[in-house]
Design a protein around this ligand. Structure first.
Ligand code: PMP
Length: 438
């Protein structure tokens, strides 16, 4: 195993590897919510393959069989123009059935960043075809993560994804995110009043006739699992509609049951024009994303010379067959309800952590949770080193895999997590956080 780690260091470029975090864990096997490394150590996967997915859990034979059967039948054939394949047709039809009313068209990608870029291009092309070519600006929010391509990376709201990569995509503007815990951001006002006012001023400054779309996650993930105030999305949507600006929901994390529903944007009153999904669509078994596009917009971008934007593996039959098997498991095993139950377990079991001086807030949204750490509960100053230390200690001492985002420890386990496993995760967190000093 140590020899494998040396070869890994020598040959593999890890995207987020930093000089000061040189640990390596080579994961070789999984089952349900458990994974094993090359040394035989067992870990509880409290973070969906350490990347917000894995709805149906590790090593499901149903998904493996779907892949093998499709590969033996037809592995790939382009879907660019006159050719198509049955798994992609069946999946698109099924997603249209699950999607909110008025959204029946599906554009396939290999993942989330490509989906976000596709949504930006679709939004711009829609306005272009409708005779409003100046509508090019994209509004996003600080602290958001939307991906790492030039489009999605520029729309992401923190420096690391942009630093040293410039020039980035022009005509992207960022507004304040809804983080109710950080009331200092809203100058004493109700966060939604402040944010709606800020959006109106931003639109006025750029000019409504220059803006294509706004993008946002229904519940911010990378910002630390942050549900917005209930009136946030309905009021933002109202402002955008009044100005002919499209709304793109980035549901790369929140779709396919992660929060207990198929699409969190629908529950939050976003009434999105475009919904970008990935991760949970195949539970990570295949790289696949689906961009769900409102019918009128889909009509506009497919008319005349078409969309002319597509990746080689568009509608990959093996990935689509696996997605179908994944959705079958989600439905058959009632995993959407299970996500809500997991959220209730986290609420109950993490309650003791709320009393600790270094815990600012514990937030739960379905089967995902964020524990935001503070140096001081009065000032709400973030305990930046805390979350990384907690994450490392959970892995070392408790063999529990979580993620840390700034000052927040994040959980997003497989939806097959068992009661005892949920308790084990929460107890480990409570134990480690209880020892943390601000
Ligand atoms: N949007 C969100 C909300 C994400 O969390 C991610 C990935 N973590 C992406 C987009 C980008 O997806 P991908 O890494 O598949 O390109």
């Amino acid at each position: 195993a140590s020899e494998l780690k040396d070869r890994d260091r020598k040959y593999v470029i890890h995207p987020h590897q930093r000089a000061d975090r040189d640990e390596r864990h080579i994961i070789v096997r999984g089952k349900g919510s458990t994974v094993w490394d090359a040394e035989g150590n067992e870990y509880l996967d409290a973070m969906g393959s350490a990347n917000w997915m894995g709805q149906v859990g590790h090593a499901r034979p149903e998904l493996a069989e779907a892949a093998a059967e499709q590969m033996a039948e037809l592995q790939y054939f382009t879907g660019f123009d006159v050719y198509s394949n049955e798994p992609s047709i069946r999946l698109a039809e099924r997603l249209a059935g699950l999607a909110p009313e008025g959204i029946d068209r599906v554009f396939f990608t290999n993942g989330g960043s490509e989906g976000v870029d596709s949504a930006f291009k679709a939004a711009r092309l829609f306005h272009f075809r409708r005779g409003e070519p100046d509508r090019t600006w994209i509004i996003s929010r600080r602290l958001a993560y939307h991906g790492c391509t030039y489009g999605s990376g520029t729309a992401s709201g923190f420096d690391l994804v942009q630093h040293g990569f410039g020039p980035n995509l022009p005509n992207v503007e960022k507004v304040t995110p809804p983080l109710p815990f950080h009331s200092e951001l809203y100058g004493g006002q109700h966060p939604t009043d402040f944010l709606v006012n800020e959006l109106e001023q931003t639109i006025e400054r750029i000019g409504a006739g220059n803006i294509a779309a706004m993008i946002g996650e229904p519940v911010m993930g990378g910002a630390g699992v942050v549900p917005p105030p209930d009136d946030y999305w309905p009021r933002i949507r109202e402002v955008l509609s009044a100005h002919g600006i499209l709304l793109i929901a980035d549901e790369v994390v929140t779709s396919y049951g992660r929060t207990g529903v198929w699409f969190e944007s629908q529950r939050r009153g976003m009434n999105a024009d475009i919904i970008v999904t990935s991760k949970g669509l195949t539970s990570g078994y295949m790289p696949l994303g689906a961009v769900l596009i409102r019918n009128g917009i889909a009509d506009a971008i497919t008319e005349a010379e078409g969309f002319f934007h597509g990746h080689t593996y568009f509608g990959h039959p093996v990935a689509c067959a696996v997605a179908m098997a994944n959705l079958d498991v989600l439905e058959r095993e009632g995993l959407l309800d299970r996500a809500k139950q997991i959220g209730e377990w986290f609420e109950a079991d993490l309650a003791p952590a709320r009393e600790f001086p270094t815990v600012g807030e514990v937030r739960v949204a379905g089967a995902t949770a964020g524990i935001e750490l503070v140096a001081d509960r009065q000032s709400r100053e973030p305990l930046l080193a805390g979350a990384a230390a907690v994450s490392a200690e959970l892995r070392r001492a408790h063999h529990v895999i979580v993620r840390d985002y700034n000052a927040t420890v994040v959980l997003a386990p497989p939806l097959v997590l068992e009661r005892s496993q949920a308790r084990q995760i929460s107890e480990a967190i409570v134990e480690v956080v209880s020892r943390l000093r601000g």
